[in-house]
Design a protein. Structure first.
Length: 726
């Protein structure tokens, strides 16, 4: 694979360039203007070295570059990746606006560990809100350099110059002008961002804040986009790997003789790795079926029914936060006190694209194309597994077909690299759907216990919140409560050995889905007992102006008419905060009294997320959150026993089908003068609570466990003794 002339490269072509040092980096880009910058405090010292480490050779405390090339194109090289969240567009908008260039003049190079400086990974809705401001500042720096060069070229004061569409001109004599391309030609200027130059005010934006078509939309809908599974080489082998039947199982003996009889099959046995490889994945799969293995199976007596009692038993001492007033005093004032326990099972990520990696070794250089959210973390793991110098390993993330936090762990990348080294051939490891479910880092099961109370007038006076293993994110309330405490037991998926029977990890808006479900359900219970409309009850107990604004906005958009719940209408409300963004939801549901099935008919969301870079992208993220949120609210749950996973495909693990899609309405509040906040996760956090509250409003049944399956809905209906009116 020979690289093109660098001046002809676009951001896809750049993935075939060789690794670059400082001098090579400038040579490839033919000079130009380079601004190196860092992602605030996140870009500091990390495990194994300083911030950038194996990047393009600029100082180690930088983790992104901005380059104005000699052809006038502007390139951003960042360790962030694109997995469908749309940052390939929004980051480009920020650069284009601050640099005064057309959007199509900006190219994004993302996640390539040889081209891009070190980055911790893409998660937590942090790219726009944390990386974006630094990118804008670097673009402003580059623009200032260009203006200074233009002032010298045109022999006019810099403050007399204006820039537009990649051209700088004399405001008093517009015919006197020079392009960015002309200014960059023959120059090799490096700038390191050591101060924050002024950035544009919102009133000056031309591209930021405008709705833009996703830059990857066309290649994705036409099938031209390349994913890790699309990478292939002549003679490449597809690997199928022997897997245990249950988590914790130990291999006692294995017989691969049956597989060895299949023509063209290569068998690898390397300690814990037993793989069958062939140039056809189907042949490799059939040969794997001929392998005979005996395992020692664990007996933990843990399953999806008793896991909650187990979590309470193994919980470590809690960490208190948000202690305010006196709980004893709050209990005296409450009339009555409400104590509730909420349960939440394990949930799979279930991305469209399973974990996949293609590894190729040439002249001692290991290159791995992998579906990942943290390419530099994968690189470190491959270096350790192969025992080779870091400079000999390159990780390239093509487009990633969904992550949701599940592709921060990437065993398949290490497996592909190990097998490529052992076979001497390119190897692809593409997990089957069964493997994807088995090795998923599930959203952890969790328990939340709440003791709360309000006065007869509807003022919340007591809030004692204890969460077990969901984590802290979203656990602190935002209501005006004089006597409150939050206690977090266990740090979500990083619990001690013996906490969970298999690996757990971050799942879109980690912790906050569980915490918001419990908090907003409890708030609704108190509103109902106080005989107050659920929105009026919330407003009565709120002082935060941002939350009040989104709650009123969603009520207005949905045409909310106050009523005490249960009203029989099937309307629910919930609100929350995630990644700096405030959200409020209203949902309308139908509940089938015979089957217990819930149909969410309509969801309205109001969101205040500071400056909105791409309103079209923000709306798509909200709608994606609503749709995905229906899954964890109504159906998604991993069943297991003794480490054996029972849900290994979509025949038993149900994600929302298209027929579930409700009418979706989105209101994004104008807050352009505030910093941008996260948009990829916030709108999912309320889906459990808003659905539960709507079910209660429709039927009087209160659901305390997610997901709210038809069986659980029917059980709740029977417990309340209520039935729907036909």
């Amino acid at each position: 694979m020979s690289p093109k002339d660098p001046r002809e490269l676009d951001f896809h072509d750049l993935t075939i360039l060789p690794p670059l040092d400082r001098r090579g980096f400038l040579k490839v880009f033919g000079g130009g203007i380079v601004v190196a910058f860092t992602l605030g405090e996140v870009g500091g010292a990390q495990e194994g070295g300083r911030g950038m480490r194996q990047g393009a050779g600029l100082p180690s405390d930088f983790n992104a570059f901005l380059v104005v090339r000699e052809d006038g194109k502007v390139v951003c090289l960042t360790g962030k990746i694109e997995m469908g969240q749309g940052v390939i567009t929004s980051l480009a908008q920020m650069m284009a606006d601050e640099l005064d260039v057309p959007l199509d003049a900006v190219e994004m190079v993302m996640g390539d560990t040889d081209l891009c400086p070190w980055d911790m990974g893409t998660f937590g809705s942090m790219t726009t809100r944390m990386f974006g401001p630094s990118l804008r500042a670097a673009a402003a720096e580059a623009r200032a350099v260009l203006v200074d060069l233009a002032a010298e070229r045109l022999q006019v004061p810099a403050d007399q110059l204006e820039a537009k569409d990649g051209v700088i001109f004399n405001a008093k004599d517009p015919a006197a002008r020079v392009t960015y391309a002309d200014l960059a030609k023959g120059k090799k200027i490096e700038r390191h961002l050591d101060k924050k130059p002024p950035v544009k005010s919102p009133s000056a934006f031309r591209i930021i804040g405008t709705a833009q078509l996703r830059r990857d939309a066309r290649v994705k809908v036409t099938g031209q986009a390349k994913y890790a599974g699309d990478i292939s080489f002549p003679g490449m082998l597809y690997a199928k790997i022997l897997r245990p039947p249950a988590h914790g199982a130990k291999l006692l003996e294995v017989d691969v003789s049956g597989a060895e009889t299949v023509p063209g099959v290569k068998v690898i046995k390397d300690n814990d790795l037993i793989a069958i490889l062939h140039e056809s994945p189907d042949v490799a799969e059939k040969a794997l079926a001929k392998v005979k293995a005996r395992f020692d199976l664990p007996v933990t007596n843990l399953d999806d029914r008793n896991i909650f009692d187990h979590l309470l038993k193994v919980a470590p001492p809690g960490a208190e936060s948000g202690l305010k007033g006196s709980l004893a005093e709050g209990e005296k004032l409450a009339a009555p006190v409400v104590e509730t326990t909420y349960l939440n099972g394990y949930v799979a990520h279930a991305p469209i694209e399973p974990h996949t990696a293609t590894a190729h070794i040439e002249d001692g250089k290991v290159t791995v194309w992998v579906s990942t959210q943290r390419p530099f973390g994968d690189k470190d793991e491959i270096v350790r597994a192969l025992g080779v110098p870091a400079s000999n390993v390159r990780v390239i993330p093509p487009f990633v077909g969904g992550g949701f936090g599940g592709k921060t762990s990437n065993l398949q990348a290490v497996e592909a690299a190990r097998l490529a080294k052992l076979t001497g051939k390119p190897v692809q490891v593409a997990w089957t759907r069964r493997e994807e479910f088995f090795y998923d880092t599930f959203r952890p099961a969790a328990v939340v216990k709440i003791k709360s109370g309000a006065t007869k007038a509807g003022d919340i006076v007591l809030w004692d919140y204890s969460v077990y293993f969901a984590g802290q994110r979203g656990s602190d309330h935002f209501y005006d409560i004089p006597h409150s405490r939050t206690t977090v037991y266990g740090a979500s998926w990083t619990g001690a050995a013996g906490t969970h029977p298999f690996a757990t990890g971050a799942w879109r808006a980690p912790s906050n889905n569980t915490n918001t479900f419990a908090r907003e359900s409890q708030i609704d219970i108190m509103a109902s007992r106080a005989g107050l409309d659920p929105i009026e009850f919330r407003l009565q107990n709120l002082k935060d102006p941002r939350m009040i604004a989104v709650l009123r906005a969603v009520a207005d958009k949905a045409g909310w008419k106050p009523a005490k719940s249960p009203s029989g209408r099937g309307f629910g409300v919930a609100c929350g905060i995630d990644a700096g963004t405030y959200v409020a939801h209203i949902a309308e549901v139908d509940v089938d009294k015979g089957t217990g099935r819930v149909r969410v008919k309509r969801v309205t969301v109001a969101q205040e997320m500071g400056l909105v870079v791409n309103p079209a992208g923000a709306k798509l993220q909200v709608e994606g959150c609503i749709t995905m949120g229906l899954g964890y609210a109504l159906a998604e749950e991993v069943r297991f026993k003794n480490g054996e996973i029972f849900d290994l495909n979509f025949d038993t693990y149900q994600i929302p089908p298209f027929s579930w899609t409700p009418v979706m309405e989105t209101v994004i509040l104008d807050a352009r003068n505030a910093p941008p906040q996260g948009g990829g996760e916030p709108a999912i956090i309320c889906m459990g609570a808003v659905t539960a509250n709507a079910i209660h409003d429709a039927t009087g049944a209160r659901l305390l466990q997610l997901p709210m399956t038809p069986e659980r809905v029917k059980a709740a209906l029977a417990q309340t003794g209520r039935r729907l009116v036909p």
